[in-house]
Design a protein around this ligand. Sequence first.
Ligand code: ATP
Ligand code: MG
Length: 564
Amino acid sequence: MENTPAKNFITEIIDEHLRTGRFTKVHTRFPPEPNGYLHIGHAKSICLNFGLARDYDGLCNLRMDDTNPEKEESEYVSSIIEDVKWLGFDWGGRLFYASDYFDKIYECAEKLIAAGKAYVDDQDADCIRECRGTLTEPGKESPYRGRTPEENLKLFRKMRAGEFPDGACVLRAKIDMASPHIVMRDPVIYRIRREHHHRTGDKWCIYPMYDFAHCISDSLEGITHSICTLEFENNRPLYDWFLEALGAYRPQQIEFARLNLSNTVLSKRKLLQLVKEDRVDGWNDPRMPTISGLRRRGYTPGAIRSFCASIGVAKMDSIVDINVLENSIRDELNKTAPRRMGVLRPLKVVITNYPEGNTEELDAVNNPEDAASGTRKVPFGRELYIERDDFREVPPPKFYRLSPGREVRLRYAYFITCNEVVKDPHTGEVMEVRCTYDPATKGGDSPDGRKVKATLHWVSAKDAISAEVRLYDILFTARNPNELPKDHPAGADYMVNLNPASLEILTDCKLEPGLGNEKPGARFQFERLGYFYLDPVFYKEGKKVFNRVVSLKDTWAKVEKKGY
Ligand code: ATP
Ligand code: MG
């Protein structure tokens, strides 16, 4: 893969481990919980974990962290597998499920009990929470803390056998209720939950808590570097304590700052809410920051990988501007996407001095960034479409495009001059503009050095295909959607920041005819409009829809200045 290894604080730690012999190899893992689709934040973690394995000639496992049966589904498992593969990473047959370790994790719990390091607590959840204490005050010991290992073992086995109702008791680690680390104050490690599990079915009615299951899973897989996001920093002493208490092999946990992206949310809970409330059209809606959404929007795996490489790995939380993500695909498609012409909001142009019934084929460059891509023929005729925006009956200052009496260039074609405007007699709407062309300007060059200030894209009316085009905008208008506007209604949440105009559907776009034969998944630049992707999902449903991946924003700024 093309992305060169980057040095960061994690590689420094790894280098030191390899130097001192703490580890002799690198073995990482990407451990998603299958309770939602992967998003661009996960891509950062995937690129990091698989990237380290690649750079150090090590291994990276894919592990479904499926210890919580309530919210997990096999639909999510298959989407995760598909997305990691699509991003270009290979787990080499090491796809694991934390639920496959349930027997071993259970044995570990019995081991802790036997060593006097865990006990069954009959207090309810509220009581346990209240007794935990605060940062300044120690917690209160449970009255059940003194149970003997024998008694605890008997009770724990009864928990497993289903002899107690849900919530009747829990298994807790016996650590230190006065520890300055609140996570060390006898954390719960097993609870009773009669819940069907997507893999183990109804075999278990007790399930291990994340902190307990996670370190054991890492240890069993021989992971060297257990990389996670900063919110787990506080849990590291617990991670280490469990494995030490079990006398088990101990990986090194390392925390890094999670990715936050402007104008979107990266929390599976919130993304699920967008889906459930039909604010978007499913997890793979092209506006979603999910991997499947980005894929359907038209992003490539390479662009996502280069985005992840460009943002780096740090210890400090920050918000990355969504433009950085957009630039990654813009840069790639600028080099690779064939140029085509398409008119999104068509306005009819009649070339009055062009012979009736005549047509010709003009040469158009496929990609000025890629000489090898050559040229293609585009048909030209007496009736054309141009973009409605490119004409103004009364041009405002600095509007250099078509207006009555003005001459402009049609890209790869001719200079045309507007002579007449045909309007709807009732609404006054411009229905058609009538122009003359200068046959001496074929190809778009004027033989006499005459200058025009604008070049427009166009399609031949008779030859164009009609298609649907979808334009996307940011999903949330606020840079940080979790910050509510001052005047927000009572009880509002981040949904108030949802952008009501995030999707625009244009159903009668006119595209140059060659686009009629293109296969789903193809990407193009529509000149002056952006990069577009022929949506494979709609294609399967018999609908041709071009998604705008990203606009040409940067080019546009330039274009406007030059009066392109
Ligand atoms: P969410 O908050 O979206 O539910 P999560 O952390 O609960 O995310 P997991 O499935 O547990 O989701 O995440 C799998 C891995 O991806 C973890 O190692 C986690 O640290 C990492 N990860 C999740 N979100 C991000 C993010 N925004 N940036 C970087 N890494 C992330
Ligand atoms: Mg998680």
